[in-house]
Design a binder for this molecule. Sequence first.
Ligand code: FAD
Length: 289
Amino acid sequence: MKPPKFDYHAPASVDEALSLLERYGGDAKILAGGQSLVPLLNFRLSRPAALVDLNRIPALAYIRSHDGEVRFGAMTRQRTIEFSPVVAERVPLLTEATRWVGHLPIRSRGTIGGSIAHADPSAEYPAVLRALEGSIVARGPKGERAVAAGDLFRSYLTTSLAADEILVEVRLPAMPAGAGYAFEELARRHGDFALVGIAAVIAREGARCTLARLATSGTGPVPVRLREAEQILERDGLGDAAIEAAGRRASELVEPDADIHASADYRRHLTGVLTTRAIRRAVTKAGHG
Ligand SMILES: Cc1cc2nc3c(=O)[nH]c(=O)nc-3n(C[C@H](O)[C@H](O)[C@H](O)COP(=O)(O)OP(=O)(O)OC[C@H]3O[C@@H](n4cnc5c(N)ncnc54)[C@H](O)[C@@H]3O)c2cc1C
């Protein structure tokens, strides 16, 4: 199918993009990499009156280290992130997660801002944002506001961004030096969205766990931070028994839905298996403090 007719605008600045969004009063869609929006248009699941294309705004594409965090312009391509030395050094969890995103042509067009604003519960970037407790910056008619990961994702494909706001920047705290990390997931075919994905970050001093971060994708409407599973590791250490207990707790903490790809029980089971696997791999990579 082809999309219904829409007006097309390619503004040269964020301010111009914002006035276009205001002009259409909620009936315009932002176009970033188009990897999710264009299929929705083609299937006529989305019927905006206009597209506001951000691809001609070079100021929205950058990766910068800033005061203990890495900042990404919303239009930074996933492929740029995959090969960024700054990302590999300061937030290597994101480098690893990016390799799971679709296929090369999708990552060449897809953007970090688009992936997070789209809020597909099976996507990798929202899980990384949640695991690292990063934030985004949204710009709207009243100016800029920062939104923490925990306040951003509301439900399936739904965030707390307003229709007249543009996600302009993603901020991820740099991981502690020497922290181990892993992104584990299972998809039916290479490049498909995950049935379940787990992001893990572990910092250790010997067998003691000084920091654990675990977050999911594919286990319900929004990414879930597995705080009680993290607490098991921080309290009981990084031995086999604690890692297995954390995996079991993780599977109890999620409430996945069933769909044509997998039952809720299978997703719950996968959450436990992949959490255990992700922690083990993160522990192996972690320095000893
Ligand atoms: C075959 C296939 C496989 C895929 N597999 C995966 C996968 O395994 N994992 C994964 O994470 N993704 C996957 N994707 C999706 C891909 O990663 C997309 O790049 C991503 O979901 C959306 O990013 P985009 O830049 O293409 O955004 P678009 O498609 O351009 O936009 C998506 C939505 O976000 C809104 N939006 C975009 N940018 C902004 C902004 N700056 N501010 C506010 N709203 C904005 C748009 O209006 C739209 O509603 C796959 C896509 C395809 C086609």
